[in-house]
Design a protein around this ligand. Structure first.
Ligand code: NDP
Length: 264
């Protein structure tokens, strides 16, 4: 299947690990030119080495950029413009969650979670807006979480901030379509990736293997598909929504949770 993105320019925030890295890989496999960012230079370089080994002809730009820093996003957008002309697709993926119940969530965490979820999208969107508006296929696609609709008390601040992001992306879809930019998001359940690897390192029972630990989580949480998602799965949903394959879709939130959602 073709996503109709050959020679098109895609930007992925948080492209150096997990879901973002798989998204970059899929975009390159389908002939897109890709720019990706992350905060950690070494992690970006490792990803770049891996990707250029796999795709020797890849048109790939990597940039150190913190999505919470608007100047850094502007510099990233300028680098993309200089190298590729302009971006056609922006995939806002960078971020992480905050695991804590109410009593363990200080005010700073509420503020930083809200800041990350909203400005982690708004800063790159503002920086790339003109480029996306100039494209005939402009799109903004956001990684969001099922927590937006189905909050979990052990991630109370993240859940609330995810709901705010879902609300904001819906408004953005109405505002930005006037400039020809489609705005969609995916709602993730639990996906094996860097975040889960870090939580695994801190597991209560060090004798538990990765497979045992993941299977126990899937069973405890009652995920109907009995497993966590693989990062390739949200990557496919992201590339679909970002691409002209979804040309009549805007304001949508696509569930990628293995059936974990409890609402209609
Ligand atoms: P990873 O930790 O594997 O990857 C996160 C990526 O984002 C890394 O490249 C990281 O690089 C980058 N990043 C984080 N913060 C920033 C920042 N401020 N500016 C720029 N880059 C940043 O996580 P996942 O692949 O699991 O997560 C991807 C997205 O999916 C996140 O937004 C996450 O919250 C969301 N999500 C994931 C779920 C899951 O189960 N995996 C569930 C629900 C949502 P660096 O650290 O070098 O900056």
């Amino acid at each position: 299947m073709s996503f109709m993105i050959e020679e098109r320019v895609a930007v992925v925030t948080g492209g150096s690990s997990g879901i973002g890295l798989e998204t970059v890989r899929l975009l390159l496999a389908h002939g897109a030119k890709v720019a990706m960012c992350g905060r950690n230079h070494e992690r970006l370089e490792t990803a770049r080495t891996e990707l250029t080994r796999e795709f020797p002809q890849a048109e790939l730009l990597t940039a150190t950029c913190d999505v919470l820093d608007s100047d850094s996003c502007e510099a990233f957008a300028a680098a993309v413009s200089e190298r590729f002309g302009a971006a056609d697709m922006l995939i806002a993926n960078a971020g992480q969650g905050y695991v804590a119940h109410l009593d363990d969530t200080p005010k700073e965490a509420w503020l930083s979670e809200t800041n990350l979820k909203l400005f982690g999208v708004l800063n790159p969107m503002n920086a790339f807006r003109r480029q996306l508006a100039a494209s005939d296929i402009g799109s903004l696609t956001c990684v969001n979480s099922l927590l937006a609709l189905q909050p979990e008390t052990h991630m109370i601040a993240t859940s609330a901030a995810r709901a705010a992001l879902l609300n904001m992306t819906h408004s953005l879809s109405h505002e930005l379509i006037k400039e020809g930019i489609r705005v969609n998001s995916i709602l993730l359940g639990m996906v094996e990736s860097g975040q889960w690897r870090r939580r695994f390192e801190q597991r209560d029972d060090p004798s538990q293997s990765w497979e045992e630990w993941i299977a126990a989580i899937a069973s405890k949480r009652g995920i109907p598909m009995g497993r966590l998602g693989y990062p390739q799965e949200p990557a496919r949903a992201l590339v679909f929504l970002a691409s002209p394959m979804a040309s009549f879709t805007t304001g949508a939130a696509l569930d990628v949770s293995g059936g974990f959602n409890r609402h209609l």
